[in-house]
Design a protein around this ligand. Sequence first.
Ligand code: NAD
Length: 419
Amino acid sequence: MAKTFLENVLETLRRGVELGGFPEEVYKILSKPERILIVKILVRMDDGRLEVFEGYRVQHNSALGPYKGGIRFHPEVTLDDDIALATLMTLKNSLAGIPYGGGKGAVRVDYKKLSEKELEQVSRGYARAIAPLIGDHIDIPAPDVGTNPQVMAWMVDEYSKLKGFNVPGVFTAKPPVLWGNPVRRYATGFGCAVMSREAAEKYLGGVEGKRVSIQGFGNTGRWHAYWLSKMGAKVVAISDTSGTLYDPEGIDVELAMKVKNETRKVINYPKGEKIPDPKAALYVEADILGPDAMENQITTENVGKVKAKIIVEGANGPTTPEAEIKLYEMGVVIVPDFLANAGGVIMSYLEWVENLQWYFWDEDETRARLERIMKNNFLKVYNKFEEIKGEKKEATMRDAALIISIERLYEAMRYRGWL
Ligand code: NAD
């Protein structure tokens, strides 16, 4: 039987604890959440029916600071999935070097079937239900699949009404007018571009003129492409579910964004070759590849077709573990997802710092701060990778990241006297 998501995450955790030579007690603590809240959300639907939705908030670990992680609205999400996601947030936030623990929330609901009014009721109902256990110094949710800045706006409004005053720092990724930050819109893709640039510095002698291919032209992929082109790289391929656009002369990313916004398809771009396979972006001649669409895209079946030298994982889990081993044998370096796509949560941290002080940086200042943190994080992992490569030739950059993440948690828990 295939392993569950939670089983896979626990296996990763186990591997990290063993690789870093940490005591078994570290696994014992990190393999279980600190607290789980299961809530019921009552919603009077537009047709008069009463619906009862189930929601969760998993508070996984608080050794490094308040719990932090998104809220997912999905019809099939389970409590076990939510625990797995919260565990990953603990690892991601620790690696990011920000003062947060890990948490994650979910509501079992198909948001696509809700009217705007019903969605608002679910959002407000969930915020009310978890309000006793969250707070700007306790647990700070953000959007995930199925939720967005509008949902955050309803939630921060509901929470603030309960408190009797505005509490901006309890949810992040809010609309800029409600104490959000304009950088959040592109933070994940921008962070991926910084990672690509730093990796290109180390392995390709710089990013200038390097060929880039991006699979997925959504929030992550389009800004990954946009900022890399601003940094001097040449974007030669982009794709979405309509197919792959390939132009070895270089794609005008701003024009491609306009075309995508207006027609919903990147292949409507006026120039270049149009390849019907959306996965073709993974196989074109490129120096840097951003698999930025979804999970399980590079597998043992297609790994042999990849030609890039560096892969920067914008999506979560785009490369299967078996394919990753093969890529390293082929001489490809992979900047792992939980390092590469942390720009969103790091931006959330900056927004929260602004909110706590009621003081706001302008867009350039915020972006510069985000860039500095991302760059430092890359260097931290790169140095660790170089160190462990000397000891173990099959080591990956993901191993190095995992060790750094668990090391920081271990240290915090040891000082606190938890083990
Ligand atoms: P999105 O829905 O905005 O974009 C996804 C894009 O991928 C769309 O353009 C879609 O057409 C395309 N796509 C889907 N299947 C494809 C395929 N097989 N081949 C090529 N293109 C395909 O989603 P997003 O927010 O950009 O998220 C993408 C990935 O990045 C996910 O794995 C997500 O978990 C991860 N991620 C996103 C953020 C964020 O802040 N948005 C943060 C961290 C991680």
